[in-house]
Design a protein around this ligand. Structure first.
Ligand SMILES: *Cc1c(COP(=O)(O)O)cnc(C)c1O
Length: 384
């Protein structure tokens, strides 16, 4: 294509003003690449960038960054659930069995077991077997299914919101021996605190909506994989189903990545102090945090995590006590989601999807000064 001619009318010139020269594979829009049909003269296989739904340089840059951190090629999705369903739908073979935690992320369970998404699983004649994450239940469930065709073991560790932990390496070895693939939802840990691929999992699924991006200003998800051969399958799913991320979100996520390490370091340190403080408080009836020496998750978490994350849970005696807690706190936002720079918490039983007590609170520790947080908690717990 030649440059715009100066004899064109202003209406025509404003449409093209300042746009980059026509180079194959580059967008014909300027600046950060949102969506574009790309210049594609001649052989269209010269570049991955041909049509906006197939690939995008802004996604690709963030995917390259994630691949470096995850230790395997990575594909971006518009949300954690889009990443989750991509793996479930392509890796759970029709007629096979999927083993998954009984208390994994609520919507993941819904997709696998309930109408109408669950009806799709049922139409594929896929059996779903659920077992608790803690202890040996998942290993026993796998063993009990040994006569069946288990195509996929789904894990989530630490779980949201109970913060139970399972042994990724041991369960991956057991599943592989049965011919099953293993996917780990690594949302609560992120690749900086836990590396499921290095521990033997085939897929690492993350909701980048949470700690991964940390500013609570976007939704995004990704799948990292050990075997690049799965890339084609997952990419085809993304392209054909049209479950593509927003380039603005990808660009924001990439920008937020630079602070992931400092955010997590602060969140882990503060969450440890908050968990120890809550564990010693008389108004608190229970605390879960994998970093607490007495926590049932601690022994395994120590072997497979580099840090214990910014999420913890605690229990107050009743729903009313939690209401009083929130009313008296000045620093804890009452909100769902987690991993952000602001400390937030919520009473999980209000949703009805998790098997937790009425006074169970999931808390996400942010970047506030830990001393300020502890003083605020002291004030709020006095009101309980
Ligand atoms: C939030 C979350 C998801 C789903 O992610 P979205 O980005 O909200 O779709 C999946 N797994 C876990 C553990 C989560 O916390």
């Amino acid at each position: 294509m030649t440059s715009p001619r100066s004899d064109l009318q202003p209406a025509t010139r404003v449409v093209r003003a300042g746009l980059p020269d026509a180079t194959p594979g580059t967008p014909y829009l300027g600046g950060p690449v949102f969506a574009a049909p790309y210049h594609a003269p001649g052989d269209p296989t010269q570049s991955p960038f041909t049509y906006g739904r197939f690939d995008n340089p802004t996604w690709a840059a963030y995917e390259r960054a994630l691949a470096e951190l995850e230790g395997g090629p990575c594909l971006l999705f518009p949300s954690g659930m889009a990443a989750t369903t991509a793996v479930l739908a392509t890796m759970a073979r029709p007629g096979s069995t999927v083993v998954m935690p009984a208390e994994s992320y609520y919507t993941t369970r819904v997709v696998a077991t309930q109408p109408f998404a669950g009806a799709w699983f049922a139409s594929q004649n896929i059996r779903v077997v659920q077992a608790p994450t803690a202890g040996t239940a998942l290993a026993e469930a796998l063993h009990a299914e040994r006569a069946h065709d288990v195509s996929l073991l789904w894990l989530e560790t630490p779980t949201n919101p109970q913060l139970d932990v399972c042994d990724i390496a041991a369960l991956s070895a057991q599943a592989h021996a049965m011919g099953a693939r293993v996917a780990v939802d690594n949302t609560t840990a992120t690749p900086l605190l836990q590396q499921p691929l290095a521990l033997g999992a085939d897929f690492c699924v993350v909701s980048d909506t949470k700690a991964m991006t940390g500013h609570a200003d976007l939704l995004l998800g990704h799948v990292a994989m050990r075997d690049a051969a799965h890339m084609e399958t997952l990419r085809t799913w993304r392209t054909r189903m049209g479950v593509i991320p927003g380039p603005m979100e990808a660009w924001l996520a990439h920008r937020s990545l630079a602070t992931l390490h400092v955010r997590l370091a602060q969140q882990c340190a503060s969450a440890q102090r908050v968990a120890e403080y809550l564990a010693a408080h008389p108004a608190v009836t229970g605390v879960r945090y994998p970093g607490l020496a007495g926590d049932p998750s601690h022994a395994i978490a120590r072997t497979q995590m580099r840090g214990f994350g910014g999420v913890l849970s605690f229990e107050l005696p009743s729903a009313d006590a939690v209401t009083r807690f929130f009313a008296a706190s000045a620093l804890v936002y009452e909100a769902t989601s987690f991993g952000g720079v602001h400390t937030s918490a919520e009473r999980r039983a209000r949703w009805g999807g998790d098997v937790v007590s009425d006074g169970f609170v999931r808390m996400s520790v942010g970047l506030e000064d830990a001393g300020d947080l502890l003083a605020d908690l002291e004030r709020a717990l006095r009101a309980v």
